[in-house]
Design a protein around this ligand. Structure first.
Ligand code: FAD
Length: 369
């Protein structure tokens, strides 16, 4: 279907003998090395799709700035500005998560190399430590590229369906990313399963925090503080989103116990909330950092505003779906009220925010964010 520059074939190993001197690593440690390679592959896929998405956005805006319909350039239409702004926002947000995880892994790798003196072992351990984040990057990145590539075809109209245009190839090439390096269904399950297993091992206190929230559902508010700054407000929203996740994890674990593993729809709801919150937090951290050095970051704040606004809807929808599957008539009302408070964000003019982002892209005629 796509990636025609990469040949794909099955290889079978039947009764293959491997000479002892060809053993990679130590005997019995192969699975750990293989898993680490999977994590690394997911991390790299998350980064890889960024370049492809930038190319698709450049193709989109160039075409929209040339093609005329009804006597005007199609880039002047609000519906197309919405598409191009969304392409930019989703790309920039995914990229923020990629930078964050890469930097976290680099830092841990350096520390572990100093601690154990073995770079190879430190790499495996550091990458494995960020297995959940690697799975998030893989799912978020591949779905971001599919969205961007699909809208690129749409912006080209009928020409987008023609094999002579680059966007047609981009659309086909994009599709594999949701399948290889572990399908997105498997990676979504991994996001929740790995985090819960780590919490059970005591690596962080997930269940204690969740229990506290669950026992005080009636007292949960949106935690709004008077006079909070722009970034304090965004951080509060993200903390609220995380609390909504904890409530769902606790409620689902209590209801299904060990059977939660078979409740993939609920695990998907929780994965969705974890992934979107992680990306929104990464974007917040990036824009806040930029604001300290870059002067005017108003367009990046527009991106953050739209992203957090959309994440709040996803949190609300996913949490309510999960609650529907595990709540009792007694707990339902207080759970819904808690989620409504935790997913509340101020109303903003997302239409104008998207238009400003699209106008900058259209003016530059290329992706320069
Ligand atoms: C172009 C291409 C290149 C590839 N390159 C490589 C490579 O270099 N190395 C390599 O090792 N592999 C490679 N693969 C294989 C690829 O990793 C697998 O195709 C992929 O992991 C999915 O496995 P599958 O095809 O067996 O699908 P299946 O496992 O049969 O999945 C079918 C569907 O069922 C879903 N599903 C399966 N199990 C579950 C579950 N437990 N819970 C919920 N849903 C589930 C899947 O998400 C999917 O939607 C490549 C594949 C392609 C197409």
């Amino acid at each position: 279907m796509g990636i025609k520059g990469s040949s794909t074939a099955q290889i079978y190993f039947n009764d293959v003998k491997v000479p002892v001197e060809n053993l990679l690593g130590k005997r019995g440690e192969g699975f750990r090395i293989a898993l680490s390679i999977l994590h690394m592959g997911r991390l790299k896929l998350g980064a890889n799709v960024i370049g492809a998405a930038k190319k698709a956005i450049n193709d989109s805006v160039k075409y929209a700035n040339e093609r005329k319909q009804f006597g005007v350039l199609i880039s002047t239409f609000g519906a197309l500005k919405h598409k191009m702004a969304e392409q930019v926002i989703r790309l920039f947000a995914s990229e923020s998560a990629v930078y964050r995880v890469s930097s976290d892994i680099d830092n841990l790798m350096k520390k572990m190399t100093v601690d154990c003196g073995d770079y190879g072992r430190a790499s495996i351990e550091a990458i494995s430590h960020y297995a959940v984040e690697a799975a998030i990057l893989k799912v978020v990145g591949s779905e971001m590229l599919d969205f961007v590539a699909d809208e690129a075809v749409q912006i080209h109209g009928g020409m987008g369906y023609s094999a002579e245009m680059d966007v047609e190839r981009g659309y086909r090439d994009s599709r594999i990313n949701r399948i290889f390096e572990g399908t997105n269904e498997i990676n979504r399950l991994l996001v929740v399963d790995t985090a819960m297993k780590r919490a059970m091992k005591g690596e962080f206190d997930l269940f204690g925090e969740a229990e506290k929230l669950y026992s005080g559902l009636e007292t949960i508010t949106d935690n709004k503080i008077n006079g909070e700054s722009y970034f304090q407000e965004k951080s509060r929203y993200i903390k609220n989103f995380k609390n909504a996740i904890l409530i769902c994890i606790h409620g689902a674990s209590k209801c299904f116990g060990k059977g939660l593993i078979s409740e993939q729809e609920v695990l998907n709801n929780i994965a969705e909330m974890m992934m979107e919150s992680y990306v929104s937090e990464s974007l917040t951290l990036r824009v806040e950092k930029m604001s300290l050095t870059n002067g005017n970051v108003s367009l990046y704040k527009d991106m953050l505003d739209v992203n957090v606004f959309d994440t709040a809807s996803i949190i609300r929808k996913s949490a309510l779906e999960a609650i529907g599957s595990f709540s009792t008539p007694d707990s339902c009302t207080s759970l819904i009220k808690a989620i409504e408070n935790l997913s509340r964000v101020e109303c903003i003019n997302v239409k104008e925010a998207r238009r400003r982002i699209a106008d900058k892209l259209i003016e530059d005629n290329t992706y320069k964010f």
